[in-house]
Design a protein around this ligand. Structure first.
Ligand code: SER
Length: 594
C-alpha cells in the first residue's frame, strides 16, 4: 500500500467518523515566534486543546508536515529523518479513551477501511501512573476488549511467551507534552508493530522496545492535564485526544521494507540522487540517506518560505543543504533540479501549497549550492595545508567552512594527516552539547518558549552562586535574583569590587561545570536535614516541613523550588556581562548564556 493510499484511507476513515479534515499547517508556525518549526500535528492546535473553540468543530484530523532537527547528526542510520508527516486525529473535549482506542484498533487491523495489520503482531503500552496521575486502567480495559474481540487474551505486564500484550510504562515514555515548558499534556498509549526482524524479548521475557524490532507506529495521547510553570499538573477543563501516526513508519510496515529509506516516500528521491553522484557516494549508504533526507526537508522548508541564512530557521536550512551537498561529493549544482523534481513529485498532491514553486525552489537550492561549493574549495585548500589537525582546527573548519566533524576526520585519515583524536573528540562532544543547548529550545525540539530559557538561567544562577562562594568565601550570600529570558541578575553580599581575575575565575568555573555535563537532581527533605547536608539556603527564613534541595553533580546543593534543567550541558556558554555595586556591601552580577 503506497503512501498516497495510506493518507487517503486515514483521512476518509476519520472523516466518516465526523472529523473535519484540516489542511497541514505550514512548517513555519504562524503565530509563534518562539518556535522554529512545526514538530507535531498538535502543535498548531494548542490553544484549542486548552479550551478555545475551533472553527471546524470538536473532531479534527489531518496529515501534518513536521520538521524536527534535534537528531540531525544521527541521520544516516535506519530510522532518523528530519522531515516527516504525521497523520493525526483530535477530539477537543469530545470523545475520549474508548472511541480513540477502538478507532485506532479498527484502522490498524481492518483490511477494508484501514491497514489490515495482523493483530497478533500488535503490542501496546499504557501509562503506569505516578504521583501526578493514576495508572491508565481505562486504556488497559479497552485494549483488552479489542484484543479479545479477535480471540487474543492480552495479558498485562506478563512475559511475551505467556501472553503479554499490554505493558505499563513510566512518565518518561508514556506521557506526551507539553510541547513547550508549559501547556496541555497527558498519559499516552502507544502501539507497536512487530516487524519480525531483530530481538523481540529481553532475557526476562518482556518485550525489547529498543531493538528496533517493535516499531512504534501510533501514539494516542489523552490530553487532560496542563503542566504549569512550577511543574505541577492540573486537570484541564476538557478532556482531549491527540493522536499521531508517523507516515514514514506506516509505509515501512505496509511496504514490508527494512527502513524508511526504501519506502515510496524516499525511493524516487534516492534514485534521482544516485543517478547523479559518483560511485563513492552512491555506495555509501549513510551518505545517500543524509542527502535524500536533507534535500527532502530543504524542499519542504523552502516551499514554506524559509531561505538559507545564518540564523534560526535559515541556519537550519543552510545546514541541511550544506550537509547534503558535502555528502554528495558533487562539485557542480546542476544535478539538484532533478532531486527537487523527485521530492515535488511525492508531495505536490498532498500539499498543494507547493504548486507552482518548482523554479523558485530550484533557484534557492542552486544559489546556496554554488555559494557553498566556493567555500568548500577554500576549506579543502585549508585542510591540505595542515599536517596535524587539532580540536580547534576542526572546530574552525566547522565554523568557517561548514565542514562536518566526521568529514574532517575522514578527510584527515584519507590524506594521512594526524588528527588529535582525544582532543578532537572532546571538542566535538563539547560542541554537540553546546549546539544541543543553543537549540535546546528552538533548534532542538523546535519548541522552546521563554520559560525554557528562564529555567536555564535559573540553573546557571545556582552554579554562579556556588562559584562565588568558592572564590570569594562563604560570606557570599544571595541578596536577590532576577531572571528574564535574556539574562540573569544576581545580587550577593560582598564588601568590595571584584577583580578582573576573580570574575574570570568564576566564569571559567561555571563553564567547567557546564562542560562537565553534570546531572541536576532534586530531593525532598526536612530543612534541618538540608542544612546538615550542606545545602545553601536562607536558614534564617521560615521554611515548611519539607523543602526541595537541588544538587548539581557534586558541585552545588541549594534549597529551591525549581524548576531546573536536567543536565548542565543544556546551558550553553556562560558569560558575566556586568559587575557593579547595588548598595554598601552588596554586589550585582549580570550574566548571559549563549
Ligand atoms: N503529539 C503526539 C506525538 O507527537 C501525538 O500526536 O506523538
Amino acid at each position: 500500500m503506497l503512501s498516497t493510499e495510506i493518507r487517503r484511507r486515514y483521512l476518509d476513515f476519520f472523516a466518516k467518523r465526523g472529523h473535519a479534515i484540516l489542511p497541514s499547517a505550514p512548517l513555519v508556525p504562524e503565530n509563534d515566534p518562539t518556535v522554529l518549526f512545526t514538530t507535531a500535528g498538535m502543535h498548531p492546535l494548542v490553544p484549542y486543546l486548552l479550551g478555545e473553540p475551533h472553527p471546524a468543530g470538536k473532531r479534527l484530523a489531518n496529515t501534518q508536515k513536521c520538521v524536527r532537527t534535534q537528531d540531525i547528526e544521527e541521520v544516516g542510520d535506519n530510522r532518523h529523518d528530519t522531515f516527516f508527516e504525521m497523520l493525526g486525529n483530535w477530539s477537543l473535549g469530545d470523545y475520549f479513551k474508548k472511541e480513540t482506542i477502538s478507532w485506532s484498533w479498527q484502522f490498524l487491523t481492518d483490511p477494508q477501511e484501514g491497514l489490515g495489520l495482523d493483530p497478533n503482531r500488535l503490542y501496546v503500552t499504557v501509562f503506569a501512573g505516578d504521583a501526578d496521575a493514576p495508572c491508565d486502567d481505562e486504556s488497559i480495559t479497552f485494549w483488552k476488549e479489542r484484543f479479545a474481540s479477535v480471540g487474543i487474551t492480552a495479558e498485562l505486564d506478563t512475559p511475551l511467551s505467556q501472553g503479554g500484550r499490554i505493558f505499563t510504562m513510566a512518565k518518561d515514555s508514556n506521557w506526551w507534552g507539553p510541547a513547550g515548558q508549559t501547556g496541555p499534556c497527558g498519559p499516552d498509549t502507544e502501539m507497536f508493530y512487530d516487524t519480525g526482524t531483530g530481538q523481540l524479548a529481553l532475557p526476562n521475557g518482556m518485550p525489547d522496545f529498543d531493538s528496533g524490532r517493535l516499531l512504534e507506529i501510533w501514539n494516542d495521547v489523552f490530553m487532560q492535564y496542563r503542566k504549569d510553570e512550577f511543574g505541577r499538573f492540573t486537570p484541564l477543563s476538557q478532556q482531549n485526544v491527540d493522536t499521531g501516526m508517523g507516515l514514514e513508519r506506516v509505509c515501512l510496515v505496509m511496504q514490508n521494507v527494512p527502513t524508511i529509506f526504501e519506502t515510496d516516500l524516499f525511493a524516487p528521491i534516492t534514485q534521482a540522487v544516485s543517478a547523479a553522484v559518483p560511485e563513492t557516494a552512491r555506495t555509501d549508504q549513510a551518505a545517500m540517506r543524509v542527502i535524500a533526507d536533507h534535500l527532502r526537508s530543504s524542499v519542504m522548508l523552502i516551499g514554506d518560505g524559509v531561505r538559507p541564512s545564518n540564523k534560526d530557521r535559515g541556519y537550519v536550512l543552510r545546514r541541511l543543504l550544506r550537509r547534503a551537498i558535502l555528502h554528495s561529493q558533487m562539485e557542480n549544482s546542476d544535478w539538484l533540479s532533478a532531486v527537487v523534481g523527485a521530492v515535488l513529485g511525492i508531495y505536490r498532491e498532498p500539499y498543494p501549497e507547493l504548486a507552482g514553486k518548482r523554479e523558485e525552489i530550484i533557484q534557492v537550492i542552486t544559489d546556496e549550492s554554488q555559494k557553498f561549493q566556493r567555500t568548500l574549495a577554500q576549506g579543502k585548500r585549508e585542510i591540505a595545508k595542515l599536517s596535524r589537525i587539532t580540536g580547534q582546527d576542526a572546530f574552525n573548519l566547522y565554523q568557517s567552512y561548514g565542514f562536518p566533524w566526521e568529514l574532517t576526520k575522514e578527510y584527515a585519515q584519507s590524506r594521512g594527516i594526524t588528527l588529535d583524536e582525544g582532543e578532537f573528540e572532546k571538542e566535538f562532544e563539547r560542541h554537540k552539547n553546546l549546539s544541543r543547548t543553543a537549540s535546546a529550545g528552538q533548534f532542538a525540539s523546535g519548541l522552546a518558549d521563554h520559560s525554557e530559557m528562564t529555567v536555564r538561567y535559573h540553573t546557571a544562577t545556582h552554579l554562579l552562586h556556588q562559584a562565588l562562594r568558592e572564590f570569594l568565601g562563604q560570606g557570599v550570600e544571595q541578596r536577590g535574583s532576577n531572571i528574564t529570558p535574556e539574562r540573569l541578575r544576581f545580587d550577593f553580599s560582598y564588601p568590595e569590587k571584584l577583580t578582573v581575575e576573580q570574575i574570570k575565575a568564576v566564569e571559567d568555573r561555571v563553564n567547567e561545570q557546564i562542560a562537565a555535563g553534570l546531572a541536576v537532581r532534586s530531593e525532598h527533605m526536612a530543612p534541618e536535614a538540608a542544612k546538615a547536608a550542606g545545602a545553601i539556603g536562607l536558614f534564617g527564613h521560615k521554611y515548611g516541613d519539607t523543602v526541595s534541595v537541588y544538587s548539581i553533580g557534586d558541585y552545588s546543593k541549594e534549597i529551591c523550588t525549581g524548576p531546573h534543567v536536567k543536565n548542565t550541558s543544556e546551558l550553553g556558554i556562560f558569560s558575566i556581562t556586568k559587575e557593579e555595586a547595588v548598595s554598601s556591601g552588596v554586589r550585582r552580577i549580570k550574566a548571559v548564556l549563549n
